[in-house]
Design a protein around this ligand. Structure first.
Ligand code: PGA
Length: 260
């Protein structure tokens, strides 16, 4: 696990975008795993800028999003379908048929989840998965106590996560109870993982993820078992890390060939 601490979320997102751009230049038909929520918004803005100003090409790229609320139509303003259109897809040259998000209106949920896993397999697996982290340590919508080997399936949100996401809904009772999310095992199959976390509210789950025990009570802690997982943090999200000075030293003293 590599921890990179940047002075601001702008810097961290610029680095994250360069990371993705490097992959797309090496592998134009790359498969990206994408996240929603407030965390990746600036990352997507930077990718859009790289597309417009530096010709970053998404025409061969395939994407799979982590999750979607059950019961929301794609055009619902709080759906992740809508989020992805507004924050990324409509601004870049990605083919709509190459973008995948779990179906929030699925009637046969287990079959929909199995089909999602099969599509990821058929695309050759995910090259690079972008993640945020919940205040409770969730990744995707894998809430605490999720099996660390779980696959795409239905999950029930905790009240805390529903409260965290309340600003995106008109009324608290509109926030869905259920979601479809890639499982922890699905996420762990990605060849590379970049988790972004910003702000003081993420300091506790980040320290538990990096320096705590591996436990289903903090699903993100399983990333300690991934051979290529990087955390891109701002100073506040890194605020509770005991070995922050060491992580900074590592990053500042990388050999040139390892720098992004
Ligand atoms: P946020 O959510 O980016 O809105 O903080 C992250 C998450 O719940 O995974």
């Amino acid at each position: 696990m590599e921890v990179i601490i940047q002075s601001s979320k702008q810097e961290a997102c610029a680095l994250g975008a360069r990371w993705i751009a490097r992959l797309l230049r090496q592998k134009p038909r790359a498969v990206l795993g994408l996240a929603t929520g407030s965390t990746p918004v600036l990352l997507y803005k930077e990718l859009i800028r790289l597309h417009r100003e530096e010709g970053l090409d998404f025409s061969g790229v395939t994407t799979f999003n982590l999750d979607e609320y059950l019961g929301l139509a794609p055009e619902h303003p709080a759906s992740y379908h809508h989020f992805m259109q507004e924050n990324l897809f409509r601004h870049i040259n990605i083919a709509p048929e190459n973008t995948h998000i779990p179906d929030g209106q699925a009637t046969d949920v287990p079959a929909t989840c199995r089909a999602y896993e099969e599509k990821i397999q058929a695309a050759g697996g995910i090259d690079l998965q972008i993640l945020g982290i919940g205040g409770d340590g969730h990744i995707g919508f894998n809430e605490p106590s999720s099996s660390l080997t779980s696959r795409t399936r239905i999950k029930s949100l905790t009240q805390r996560t529903r409260q965290d996401n309340a600003p995106f809904f008109e009324k608290p009772e509109d926030i869905p109870q259920h979601v479809i999310t890639m499982g922890v095992g699905t996420i762990m199959d990605a060849r590379e993982i970049v988790l972004l976390a910003f702000g003081q509210g993420k300091a506790a789950p980040i320290s538990a993820t990096v320096e705590g025990p591996i436990t289903a009570s903090v699903p993100a802690s399983i990333l300690q078992f991934h051979s290529k997982a990087t955390l891109l943090l701002d100073e506040e999200a890194a605020g509770d890390l005991k070995r922050a000075e060491y992580y900074r030293w590592v990053h500042d003293n990388k050999p040139d060939w390892q720098k992004v």
